[in-house]
Design a protein around this ligand. Structure first.
Ligand code: SF4
Length: 226
């Protein structure tokens, strides 16, 4: 069963790669930057959280300054990301915890840890779930974590990679096992692109889809037409 599903993932990965490109892994970066960025991205659009992150860095160029600022000022700086009254204290609490534990505002030590250990470390922070932890490890540490966001969750069910109704967290556990490590970054990024451009939540554009031949939802719809 695992081998069949892995083979299916490899085929989908190849088709998406032909459509969207190889998506090379970004160079390693400071995991704390990525963590704050990912917290800002929760429950909002890409444009809004990019703006909020840039405004935060403009207003407070260092994490020390964010930590020392009154909460209302941090909230004001990240307002465009939404839920600023939740995200600002969440970010400041994490910064406080990191400073206390590590003696510096950096999580660069994560670059030395194996995937599982780094993942478990990040999960202990309030407001950091499996998706956020996996994003940090995939995008800043180059580790083959496989985040399941709203697009990946939707596509993995439609494609039949996970059973319908599987939660995002459970889907992440399943896909983490199935996706070949060397494909994790490319497959994640390409699924997100495909979810945004073609396999939309409301009206998937199946007639334009390059992976329709691998899709459970599509074959069911076609069966229904007969
Ligand atoms: S065939 Fe339709 S439902 Fe399936 S992945 Fe493509 S767009 Fe999504």
């Amino acid at each position: 069963m695992h081998a069949t599903m892995r083979a299916k993932i490899v085929r989908i990965d190849e088709l998406l790669q032909a459509e969207y490109g190889d998506r090379p892994q970004p160079p390693p970066s400071e995991p704390l930057d990525e963590l704050v960025f990912t917290i800002l991205s929760q429950n909002t659009t890409s444009k809004n959280y990019h703006r909020a992150y840039n405004q935060l860095k403009e207003r407070f160029p260092t994490w020390e300054e964010v930590l020392g600022a009154p909460q209302e000022e941090v909230e004001a700086a990240i307002r465009t990301a939404g839920l600023a009254n939740v995200k600002a204290p969440r970010i400041q609490k994490i910064l406080r915890q990191v400073a206390k534990e590590r003696g510096e505002l950096s999580l660069s030590f994560l670059h030395q840890l194996p995937l599982d250990e780094a993942f478990q470390y990040l999960l202990k922070f309030d407001g950091v779930g499996p998706k956020t932890a996996a994003c940090v490890l995939l995008f800043s540490c180059g580790l083959p974590a496989f985040p399941v966001d709203t697009h990946v969750h939707r596509l993995s069910q439609r494609l039949g990679l996970v059973p319908e109704g599987t939660s995002a967290a459970a889907s992440q556990d399943i896909l983490q096992e199935l996706v070949p490590p060397e494909a994790a970054h490319r497959f994640h990024v390409n699924l997100v692109s495909h979810g945004r451009a073609v396999c939309k939540a409301q009206r998937p554009r199946c007639e334009k889809c390059v992976i329709a031949g691998e899709c459970q939802f599509f074959s069911r719809e076609e069966e229904g037409k007969k």
